[in-house]
Design a protein around this ligand. Structure first.
Ligand code: 25A
Ligand code: L14
Length: 332
């Protein structure tokens, strides 16, 4: 089997560390591994496949060596500057930042949903926002079978979405210390505020869900609105999703769809307290779906609850799955 030279940019961050772990777990055929980060982390070591690797500083010359794929998770500013440099050197970049997602030359891909979009890549591929990835994974079978006219998203997002800084605010806040990163205490609290506010009153995170969902499903006609909320959970985003379909459905048929949807797991036996939970999703790469029930307030409408590990399926695992899909489709 062919093996590939892989760079991980942002290798010391929360997502970068998980990328290394998932590459190892999924046995991605790595030949040489190049962990990269800022000057702050250069010289530190990271572990991969039982070996220590020294982190190198990311510079304009980092991609002069033969690298096949680079998984980027070092923030939008770093991606904006360095992804084009890597791409010019023939490296296929799978970028986890928000920087390239809505660029029309950049495929935005969840492998279970729109793998065919990878064929049009121009060396930069975007990993969608974590909340969007799990939502579209759950919505795809509904979209394919019944069409979708409108979506209302309400999210309950873990602090690990903000990296180490968010994690520390919850950990320290739980012990009574002041918040350093979030504008308010996150321990014992819910903040209806993720990413920056826009003039419209929505946050950037909410608009990512709106715009990225339409791009991934290739359907700008879907009406979508979102409220994204930070909750005191370490790992795993939970989402309430209200969907209006175009065609009528039987609710049991909708539930059954998730028994045949790769990447999704049905957890829907509420009388026995079975429904998707962040604590169960943590450490797994699947999207859990449950609480599927008819919404009688509109003609063809339903509610569901959807949970996934935001650092795995929401970031690192989806990126590695994109890399595998490139190989499977003969693109890499
Ligand atoms: O802009 P975006 O797209 O919205 O993304 C912003 C951030 O969100 C996280 C990710 O943070 C990203 O940087 N993120 C993005 N998508 C996510 C998702 N789907 C997501 N989080 C969850 N789910 P992160 O903490 O996971 O990763 C940061 C990594 O990026 C490296 N990095 C930063 N700037 C870089 C760079 N690498 C190369 N060139 C640059 N210019 C960063 O490495 C880390 O690996 P580092 O060396 O900067 O930091 C190593 C450690 O140092 C600590 N630290 C961070 N900032 C400071 C600091 N220490 C002191 N002072 C600081 N200012 C951290 O603990 C870090 O672990
Ligand atoms: O756009 O803080 O990928 O939970 C993902 C994590 C934005 C912020 C992105 C969070 C980021 C989000």
């Amino acid at each position: 089997m062919k093996r590939y030279n892989v760079a991980v940019v942002g290798a010391t961050g929360m997502v970068g560390q998980k990328m290394l772990q998932v590459l190892e777990e999924m046995k991605f055929p790595v030949d040489n591994l190049y962990p990269m980060a800022s000057a702050r982390s250069a010289g530190k070591t990271v572990k991969f496949d039982g070996r220590d690797y020294t982190v190198e500083e990311l510079t304009e010359h980092s991609f002069d060596k033969p690298i096949d794929i680079a998984l980027f998770s070092a923030g939008a500013g770093t991606s904006k500057k360095f992804a084009p440099i890597a791409a010019e050197h023939g490296v296929i970049v799978i970028d986890n930042s928000s920087c390239w997602r809505m660029d029309e030359n950049v495929p935005l891909v969840v492998p279970e949903v729109n793998p065919e979009d990878l064929k049009d890549h121009k060396n930069i591929i975007a990993n969608p926002n974590c909340s969007t990835i799990q939502a579209v994974a759950a919505l795809k079978p509904i979209y394919d079978n019944y069409g979708i006219g409108r979506i209302i998203y309400s999210t309950y997002q873990a602090v690990s979405g903000s990296g180490v800084k968010g994690y520390k605010d919850l950990e320290e806040g739980s012990k009574g210390e002041d918040n350093h990163f979030y504008p308010h205490q996150i321990a014992y609290n819910c903040l209806p505020h993720i990413d920056d506010f826009l003039d419209s009153g929505y946050t950037k995170e909410e608009m990512k869900m709106v715009n990225e969902t339409r791009k991934i499903l290739h359907d700008d006609s879907i009406g979508i609105t979102a409220t994204t909320v930070r909750v005191p959970v370490y790992y795993g985003h939970s989402e309430s999703i209200n969907v209006e379909t175009k065609k009528p459905f039987e609710i049991e048929d909708v539930k059954d769809l998730f028994n045949h949807t790769p990447g999704c797991v049905l957890r829907d036996d509420p009388k026995n307290n079975v429904y998707p939970l962040a604590r169960d999703a943590e450490g797994t790469n699947d999207v859990y779906v449950g609480r599927i029930r008819r919404d009688d307030s509109a003609e063809n409408a339903l509610n569901l609850w959807c949970v996934a590990d935001n650092i795995r399926k929401g970031a690192a695992a989806n990126a590695v799955q994109i890399a595998f899909s490139l190989i499977d489709q003969g693109i890499l």
